[in-house]
Design a protein around this ligand. Structure first.
Ligand SMILES: Nc1nc2c(c(=O)[nH]1)N[C@H]1C(S)=C(S)[C@@H](COP(=O)(O)OP(=O)(O)OC[C@H]3O[C@@H](n4cnc5c(N)ncnc54)[C@H](O)[C@@H]3O)O[C@H]1N2
Ligand code: MOO
Length: 431
């Protein structure tokens, strides 16, 4: 049987990044850039005040001055007369003739009650030319690549792109993902009265949620009943809807109603149908080539047990969706974590044990602590609740003692880690 590393190598080697499309900046979040973005102009484009205060000639020093004019943000720079200062606001262009800014806190307003001539006392002079002024190009230089191809666009990147005027962008297309459940026992989640032998379909909505979290367009293909005809019809529906990646769940094991592998073998190439992992052993991967007007389709036959399906999604499908979307490093990230309880190992399969990681200070250092989410049977979806990592446990006899350091694959946002109230902030040493 394949290892999970070999399975991922096969998947990553069988798929390529999708074509690129143009998107508006407003809709660009989550995409990967398909071009370098370069700043056409410097930022700031003019010497800009960092403070509200007075634009001065720094050589003039402290003393009392007439206020020549007001230089407000958004106005063209005025020309400062000798022996005077100009009132200036943050972000305004430095007037010609001025070379520094004195913040208002370092001045006293001497304007009389008539207010006819504004005067000010500079109490604390500017240190020299350039004081409290942003030089042209000090934030971004003209010609600088602000974002290279392959950058993932988040909020900060959107801000940068807006700054340099990149209102339309070339990005890699995201895959259209179809989700399909299989099984006669399944009913819709809205069903309040379960009949004999029935359960609600959890996987389809869970996988749809996971794929849309990655920014993919999701197409709901419903539930295929346990017949070859119905399952084939749903695959045809996926093709007709332009699905790039089909996620099925259930029907990939050894039962006499497990049709998925056989159908995929007839339609395309099944690259593997079993992986040495727990949970998720029957994970199946197939590709169906493009033909005529039909797009190429990548198919993951995920095991029906809900935990098996979401764990295999994270370990194999998510990196695949990322590669298709243009991510340069599509794999999950690894950290080391210390186990908080003893964990029984599986003698035959490496196990992906669901844990909640939190950050602990220990001795002189700090480390991740891994708390098990409890019973790990692959039907128990509660074992995924608040799990932000999968411990990579080796296949071995016996028990891994509490306090062992194990590698863990991140599947959740560490920004959502449990909050520890007892962590004081470390204050830097005063010198
Ligand atoms: N003889 C063998 N039997 C099984 C083996 C094996 O090696 N030999 N492997 C087991 C393992 S491991 C897994 S995992 C499961 C996977 O089986 P399938 O992918 O064929 O899934 P089903 O049999 O259709 O369902 C398994 C289980 O999950 C429930 N299920 C299915 N779909 C959903 C859904 N959309 N939402 C919620 N729950 C779902 C289903 O009712 C079953 O209880 O096979 C073992 N068997
Ligand atoms: O691989 Mo199955 O997912 O152990 O239950």
């Amino acid at each position: 049987m394949l290892s999970i590393a070999e399975a991922n190598e096969i998947v990553q080697g069988s798929i390529s990044t999708l074509d690129s499309i143009d998107v508006d900046l407003f809709a660009a979040t989550g995409y990967v850039l398909a071009e370098d973005i370069t700043a056409k102009e410097p930022l700031p484009p003019f010497p800009a005040s960092i403070k509200d205060g007075y634009a001065v000639r720094s050589a003039d020093g402290a003393g009392e001055y007439d206020v020549d004019f007001e230089q407000l943000a958004g106005s063209a720079p005025g020309s400062l007369n000798e022996g005077k200062v100009a009132y200036i606001t943050t972000g305004a262009p430095l007037p010609d003739g001025a070379d520094a800014v004195v913040q208002v806190e370092n001045t006293e307003d001497l304007t009389g009650p008539s207010g006819s001539q504004q005067r000010v006392k500079i109490v604390k002079a500017a240190k020299g030319p350039g004081d409290d002024v942003r030089a042209v190009g000090s934030d971004i230089q003209a010609g600088e690549v602000v974002l290279p191809e392959g950058s993932v666009i988040g909020a900060a990147e959107v801000g940068l792109l807006a700054t340099v005027g990149a209102a339309k962008l070339r990005v890699y297309r995201k895959p259209v993902v179809g989700v399909l459940s299989t099984g006669d026992e399944l009913v819709e989640p809205g069903e309040q009265h379960l009949g004999p032998g029935q359960i609600r379909d959890a996987n389809r909505l869970m996988l749809a949620s996971a794929a849309s979290t990655s920014g993919c367009e999701v197409i709901d293909l419903g539930i295929a009943r346990d017949t070859v005809e119905d399952t084939e019809a749903k695959l045809q529906l996926a093709e007709s809807k332009g699905v790039d990646v089909l996620l099925t769940s259930g029907g990939v094991s050894m039962g006499n109603k497990d049709f998925i592998k056989g159908i995929l073998e007839r339609k395309g190439k099944v690259h593997f149908g079993r992986v040495r992992m727990k949970p998720g052993k029957p994970l199946t991967f197939a590709t169906i080539d493009a033909s005529g007007s039909r797009k190429a389709m990548t198919v993951f036959g995920l095991p029906g047990n809900p935990v098996s399906s979401i764990v295999t999604y994270n370990l194999v499908c998510l990196p695949a969706l990322r590669k298709l979307s243009g991510h340069q490093e599509p794999g999950l990230r690894r950290v080391d974590a210390r186990t908080q309880t003893a964990i029984k190992l599986d003698a035959e399969r490496p196990e992906y044990h669901r844990v909640s990681l939190s950050w602990h200070r220990a001795g002189g250092g700090a480390e991740f602590a891994a708390s098990s989410t409890g019973g790990q049977i692959s039907s128990r979806l509660l074992s995924m609740r608040s799990a932000n990592a999968l411990l990579e446990l080796p296949a071995a006899q016996g028990v891994l003692p509490a306090g062992s350091v194990v590698s863990a694959l991140l599947i959740g946002d560490l920004g959502g880690m449990p909050v520890l109230e007892d962590l004081p902030m470390i204050m830097p040493l005063k010198n």
